[in-house]
Design a binder for this molecule. Structure first.
Ligand code: NAD
Length: 395
């Protein structure tokens, strides 16, 4: 099959197996070029196939030399359809990790369900015995509650009043004004139920109950804060409410883990990056393309893998892990630097369709977006016939 990108709005509906494998290999090479880390040797990553979760898994395997189990929800190839990017990413990761003699096992299914939690526990017992670190990195538009059966849908909306600001269609470069209506109380409730901390708590309680969390085990989940321009749509909107809930859950889990195994829970606030999830948020892609411009000019730019190495090396497994006043790890520190934000603000004021390419790194945004699906990667022949059917196997 010859595979070219099929873009619909802000999603790409196919993926390229060789391109995905190459971008996984690049992330592995980045970690291999860094000093080896001292830390956990058995790691569970929930949401392990793309974005921050994939980078967390790669950094754990190739930085710590950790055996890993990854949980995710991805689509295998069918007759005339490619698999999803996370499927190909995982196939490439497993092959590379196993070549190093590491355990690399995966579970493809709905992480919000009790069944997948129990399947994961059984796999931990079989392959690892226990785990020392649990990374929780799910991003999903929907969740069915495992106890009540209610299905919740998350929305990205402001709270209280409509929010209007500039946005960009990153594929066409069209800048326009978007107005997003305020969420209803029920939409807020549902978004918190999908992206808040309840499922993370269910995971940790089930893992504890099954006795598969090792002495000193830690867990980390990811949050975002961002600048004032995006507050109404992000941090003070529906998603922000769910992040507040996630952060409150961290404090609760920290106590529970400390009591049970002498471990702990923490939230890491990460940098804004192009992932399948962030591309779906209005206004944010324009902010990210201005941010990229400023951070690249200052030599401060990072992708998911650079962020995850810094999380492990300088924070989570550092001798004195620094946290903010709310107990959160901040690896958004470079994004939030005062000089960076001042420049982004000034560009935001000036941006229009005429100066977009000059002031914003739209090309960088677009490239990163295509790369998520294995496209636009040097050295891959996109005219060549490739086999879309790539198996995921037990090691
Ligand atoms: P992503 O879309 O790249 O990855 C989501 C992962 O969740 C994938 O592995 C996917 O397979 C998995 N998943 C989704 N639904 C699932 C389900 N029902 N069962 C099992 N697996 C499922 O997302 P991302 O941007 O890496 O986000 C991960 C976390 O990082 C989120 O909490 C997000 O809010 C946070 N974060 C993102 C950014 C950003 O700019 N992208 C910044 C800071 C924090």
């Amino acid at each position: 099959m010859v595979i070219q990108p099929k873009i619909r709005g802000f999603i790409c509906t196919n993926a390229h197996p060789e391109g995905c494998a190459k971008q996984v290999a690049e992330q592995i090479r980045y970690i291999q070029g860094k000093p080896k880390l001292n830390g956990p040797k058995r790691v569970l990553v929930i949401g392990a196939s793309t974005g921050f979760g994939l980078a967390s898994r790669i950094a754990a395997a190739f930085g710590f030399g950790a055996d890993t189990i990854g949980v995710f929800f991805e689509r295998p190839a069918e007759k005339d359809r490619t698999a999803s990017a996370g499927w190909y990413n995982t196939a490439a990761f497993e092959q590379a990790a196993r070549a190093e003699g590491l355990v690399a096992e995966s579970i493809n299914g709905n992480a919000f369900s009790d069944e997948i939690k129990q399947e994961t526990i059984a796999l931990i017992k079989e392959k690892l015995g226990q785990v020392d670190l649990v990374v929780y990195s799910l991003a999903s538009p929907r969740r069915t509650h495992p106890k009540t059966g209610e299905t919740y849908t998350s929305v990205i909306k402001p709270i209280g009043q409509a929010y209007e600001n500039k946005t960009v269609n990153f594929m066409t470069g069209a800048v326009s004004t978007v107005s997003v209506p305020p969420a209803t109380e029920d939409e807020i409730r549902q978004t918190v139920a999908v992206m808040g901390g309840e499922d993370w708590e269910f995971w940790i309680r089930d893992l504890l109950e099954a006795g598969v969390l090792a002495e000193g085990a830690k867990t980390v989940a990811y949050s975002y804060i961002g600048p004032k321009i995006t507050y109404p749509i992000y941090r003070e909107g529906t998603i922000g409410r769910s992040k507040n809930d996630l952060e409150a859950t961290a404090l609760k889990l920290d106590r529970a883990l400390d009591d049970a195994v002498g471990g702990g829970a923490v939230v890491s606030v990460n940098k804004a990056l192009v992932t399948q999830s962030s591309s779906a948020i209005p206004i944010v892609p324009l902010y990210i393309s201005l941010l990229f411009k400023v951070m690249k000019d200052k030599g401060l730019h990072e992708g998911t893998i650079e962020q995850m190495y810094r999380l492990y090396a300088d924070r989570l497994y550092a001798a004195e892990p620094a946290v903010d006043e709310a107990g959160r790890i901040r690896i958004d520190d470079w994004e939030m630097r005062e000089d960076v934000q001042r420049e982004v603000d000034s560009l935001w004021e000036q941006i229009s369709v005429d100066n977009l390419n000059e002031l914003a790194d739209l090309e960088g945004y677009r490239n990163d977006f295509l790369r998520l699906f294995g496209f636009g990667i040097p050295g891959v022949d996109y005219e060549a016939d490739v086999e879309p059917n790539v198996p995921l196997t037990r090691g």
